[in-house]
Structure formats: structure tokens, C-alpha cells
Ligand binder design. Structure first.
Ligand code: SF4
Ligand code: SF4
Length: 213
């Protein structure tokens, strides 16, 4: 943490020097990021329901999968650059962009069932960044609810990774991964209902099903 941050942890109400002037003239963190831009279920909901990118197109053209501690997760596909980056270096899905894109150059430090933010000092190419409240940079409605969701998803994934490691059996681990992918990412969300209610229904079901997998 000392090498990559300014040594401070921030809440949404704190001031931080993370403003990059709307990234004008720069798209460095939309290029060459490997599998590091990991998506969560809300990101897929936003792009599919709000951004109207079909699920088939989303998963075949813009996203890819990787394995993290035994768990298969989707990330933005970066052949060279993210597929949503236009020829002028601007994000074509800016209002619907994933949470990790909203977060950059901040990161999350998880502890005690929640998390705080930290500033990645070596990542953003922009010099002379402006100061503002963390919540302003996150550009996310109903932030307390979003933060609770982010923490719940994170700690659920940790439990799932632990469960998959404990399975030992490749067949069971594969079945568990396919179930989670289908349940949280590939089964369409209902655009007539808000996201969080649907997510928590799926989370409850996944926790109940976990023992059977
Ligand atoms: S979704 Fe938009 S902001 Fe995020 S990596 Fe792609 S182009 Fe960049
Ligand atoms: S490196 Fe900084 S300025 Fe450049 S696109 Fe990313 S956040 Fe914006």
C-alpha cells in the first residue's frame, strides 16, 4: 500500500486529489489493462439494461473471462483498447460505464466487512489533479446503498473462492462456477425492476444453493 498510495484511506465524504479534468486528451486507463477491469453484476445490468448493449454482444464482443482464485469472473476485453473506446479516445458508454472505471484512480481497501478508498498515486497519467469529494468522483446514485452492495458482493466472492478451493473436485468446482456465472451475469435482469432487489434475491438463492453444489 505504501508504494502505490499516498498512505491515506478515504471515505466517500473525504476530499481527495483524484480529479483528472474529465480525462480530456487521455484514455490511458482504457488501454492495455489486461484482465484488471473486473465487472460485477451491477456493471452488466447498467450496460445491458441502461446502455442497451445486448447480453450476447456484450459477452462476445466487449467482455472476456479470467480465473481469480478458482472463480471465473468477467473483465473488459482489452485486445489493445477497451471496445467501448471510440476513435477520439472517448468512452461511448460513459453514463453506463462500469464501477471500476468510475473509481479510477481510486482503489478500494477492504477491511472489517466494509471498505474505504485509497488513491493510487502511480496510475493516472494526468498531472495536477484537482481536489474534490470522493463521492463526487464516483458519480454513482444512492452511494450508501451502492457501497453496501459492493462490500456484500466482495465478501460473497471471498466466501465463494474459499468454498471452491475446499471442493477439491474439478467437476464440482466447474458446476459451482457455471452456476454463479449464470445466476449473476448471464441470466438477464428485469429492466422494469431496480437492480438491488434482484441482486439480493439472487445472492440469497446462491447462498442457499451453495451447500448443494
Ligand atoms: S468502459 Fe469506458 S471508461 Fe471503461 S475502460 Fe471502456 S472505454 Fe474506458
Ligand atoms: S489515466 Fe487518468 S486522465 Fe488518463 S484516462 Fe485514466 S483517469 Fe483519465
Amino acid at each position: 500500500m505504501e508504494d502505490i498510495s499516498d498512505g491515506k484511506l478515504y471515505t466517500a465524504e473525504d476530499m481527495v486529489r483524484a480529479g483528472c479534468g474529465d480525462c480530456a486528451g487521455c484514455s490511458a486507463c482504457c488501454r492495455g489493462m489486461g484482465d484488471s477491469l473486473v465487472l460485477d453484476p451491477l456493471d452488466v445490468y447498467r450496460l445491458n439494461i441502461e446502455g442497451k448493449v445486448g447480453l450476447n454482444e456484450l459477452f462476445s464482443r466487449y467482455l472476456d473471462f479470467h480465473v481469480e482464485d478458482g472463480l471465473i469472473l468477467p473483465h473488459m476485453k482489452m485486445t489493445e483498447a477497451c471496445g467501448f473506446l471510440d476513435e477520439n479516445g472517448r468512452c461511448q458508454v460513459h453514463p453506463f460505464r462500469p464501477g471500476i472505471c468510475r473509481l479510477f484512480p481510486l482503489g478500494r481497501f477492504y477491511e472489517n466487512g466494509g471498505f474505504r478508498y485509497f488513491l493510487q498515486v502511480n496510475e493516472c497519467k494526468k498531472k495536477n489533479r484537482s481536489k474534490g469529494k470522493v463521492k463526487h468522483f464516483l458519480d454513482t446514485p444512492d452511494l450508501p446503498r451502492y457501497e453496501k452492495y459492493v462490500a456484500d458482493w466482495h465478501y460473497f466472492l471471498l466466501d465463494a473462492q474459499k468454498g471452491i478451493r475446499a471442493m477439491g473436485d474439478q467437476g464440482r468446482a466447474k458446476a459451482a462456477n457455471l452456476y454463479l456465472l449464470n445466476r449473476f451475469f448471464l441470466t438477464p435482469y428485469d429492466g422494469n425492476r431496480e437492480f438491488y432487489g434482484q441482486f439480493y434475491e439472487r445472492l440469497e438463492e446462491a447462498r442457499a444453493r451453495w451447500e448443494e453444489l
